[in-house]
Design a protein. Structure first.
Length: 228
């Protein structure tokens, strides 16, 4: 009993010094329910409350950082294993992948607009690279038939040089090929997340005199649907 009274008095004194329950339990190993009962009438100063709030916030941030580190490690492990599962692509596999890419992101010929050119649009630089590789390696399109257009929101006008450099570096084409830039008007209220420094707009790849290619891709797509 005497020991419990001494522990209670020590706990109260530590609490008055502004220590948290966790800090007190490190010095007085009792049940948390007992500690809560002992300290329920002990008030704290404003400064002490601010200190405890700051410690809780710091603890939460450490916990969030640790969770993020674990998530990143797990993600990297999953991706590394998945990359090995792909292996080296055959020419036919690359051909089919390019068709599927165009099926999802390419310009389709419409009955009311015959003769549409082959155009592919996306903001993902890796998808852009893969599609260009498909054009050059599989379809054998010469570089001089490729043209680019950048579509970007108008509040990024001041960043256009950086945007052009970005697409130039990812495609391997010189800056001179990215002079056709179209600015989209911004809405006052928007839920868009692509508004920061990592926003580079959308790149459209066009191919001169390519309506026949567009129709051929449509036929390949139908072939995939029929044979899958």
């Amino acid at each position: 009993m005497i020991q419990k009274i001494e522990e209670k008095n020590k706990a109260i004194e530590l609490r008055k010094q502004g220590l948290s329950y966790r800090e007190i339990l490190e010095q007085i190993p009792v049940a948390k329910s007992s500690l809560s009962l002992w300290l329920r009438s002990v008030g704290l100063s404003r400064e002490q409350k601010q200190r405890l709030t700051a410690k809780k916030l710091a603890s939460a941030l450490r916990g969030a950082k640790r969770k993020k580190e674990i998530r990143i490690a797990i993600t990297n492990e999953i991706k590394a294993k998945a990359r090995k599962e792909v292996g080296r692509l055959t020419k036919r596999e690359l051909w089919l992948i390019g068709i599927a890419l165009y099926w999802g992101e390419g310009n389709k010929e419409k009955e009311y607009h015959p003769g549409s050119a082959t155009q592919f649009s996306n903001s993902d630089p890796y998808m852009i690279k893969l599609f260009l590789r498909w054009l050059f390696k599989i379809i054998k399109i010469p570089e001089e038939k490729i043209k680019f257009q950048i579509y970007i929101h108008e509040n990024h006008k001041d960043n256009i040089n950086r945007v052009i450099n970005y697409w130039s570096s990812h495609t391997g084409f010189s800056r001179d090929n990215f002079q056709h830039v179209y600015f989209k008007k911004n809405k006052i209220k928007t839920n868009r997340k692509n508004t920061g420094d990592n926003y580079y707009g959308l790149l459209r790849i066009g191919i001169k005199d390519s309506s026949s290619l567009n129709r051929k891709i449509a036929g390949w797509t139908e072939g995939i649907c029929k044979n899958c």
